[in-house]
Design a protein around this ligand. Sequence first.
Ligand SMILES: Cc1cc2nc3c(=O)[nH]c(=O)nc-3n(C[C@H](O)[C@H](O)[C@H](O)COP(=O)(O)O)c2cc1C
Length: 295
Amino acid sequence: MAGSKPKIFVIYYSTYGHVHTIAQAITKGLLKTNTVDAELFQIPETLPADVLEKMHAAPRANVPEITPEKLTEADGFLFGFPTRFGVAPAQVKSFFDATGKLWSKGALQGKPAGLFFSTASQHGGQESTAYTFLSHFAHHGLVYVPLGYASPHMFDNESVVGSSPWGAGTIAGPDGSLQPSVMELEIAETQGEKFAQVAVKLFNTAAGASVNPGAPVPAEVPDAAVVPTDVPPVAEEAKPEPVSAAEAAPVKNNAQADKSAAAAAPGGANPQDVPKKSSLMENLIAKLKNAFSSK
Ligand SMILES: Cc1cc2nc3c(=O)[nH]c(=O)nc-3n(C[C@H](O)[C@H](O)[C@H](O)COP(=O)(O)O)c2cc1C
């Protein structure tokens, strides 16, 4: 691992090419840092050719298609897609629905992942698309890395600028005639750079192996590195008190936990001795009444 760079996959779906262009700018930003390796992939199309023709879809770019198994080769991901009714397109959902085997092994656990977008209009749902997609990350244990306000362009209110703290983006226009602007491409590049910083930190973490239990243990890690032999012995007086059976017993619910706590309390406090919430409230009301009547 020493000297090696994390491998980041930029994975996109695009019908008309806008997200593809943003994906290229993000890849440029990643590579600019010279700290990560980056590869570009596209998500397989699921719509039939005649439907795509009616939609005037652009020809597929000459970019390799991602497979679920391929995901295990990467140390981090940036996923990009156009908005469909404020959420991710079915093509992206279909791809993620095919990742159940990886999920069952925790194969992506602890790897960083970011998002980027394209919408027809400024308020077409770039943020809702990100927000509603996070469930996929959560279930896979992927660590979401937002863009934040990493670029000054994001404060530009003079022009139409895609992107949000959730990720880079472009505004394609209602007929798709707008192309990613210079500002949008710069924001995308910045996302690549910022994402690389986080990915490198995670990759270099000594605890990387335990962060990602699904990953194979590198062959060069000796057993001795896992179980340190030079840990000083714990002094007798520093050892914790033995735990009573009542404390150690697993509790099923809060009611049982309350009973166990009372039984284990010093002096064996009786549950009846513990003031009830209702009597505390009665006392408080009585005190308030007294306070007002004495005025
Ligand atoms: C079925 C469908 C639903 C769409 N829903 C939205 C939407 O909710 N908001 C929006 O701004 N654009 C919407 N669009 C426009 C797409 O987001 C736009 O075509 C896309 O951003 C262009 O990106 P691409 O060139 O990478 O495909 C929709 C397009 C289609 C075909």
